[in-house]
Design a protein around this ligand. Structure first.
Ligand code: ZN
Length: 65
């Protein structure tokens, strides 16, 4: 953890759609980089993955646009 002395907005989090593994014993999850029309399988245990939301930091850098 670090804090800048410059005036920066605090890191914001927002509910983000993610895929989570349906296996209770598996903690694998991934951001929704896949189309929701297709259900990905867990790369670790190959279970089906289910839609869920997580509070994730907003990706707010301007480098990609
Ligand atoms: Zn899994």
């Amino acid at each position: 953890m670090y804090f800048s002395k410059k005036t920066m907005e605090p890191l914001q989090e927002e509910p983000t759609l993610v895929w989570m593994c349906s296996d209770e014993g598996c903690l694998c999850w991934m951001r929704n980089n896949f189309s929701f029309e297709e259900t990905p399988t867990c790369p670790i245990c190959h279970s089906a993955m289910v839609k869920n939301t997580r509070m994730l930091p907003v990706l707010s850098n301007n480098t990609s646009m």
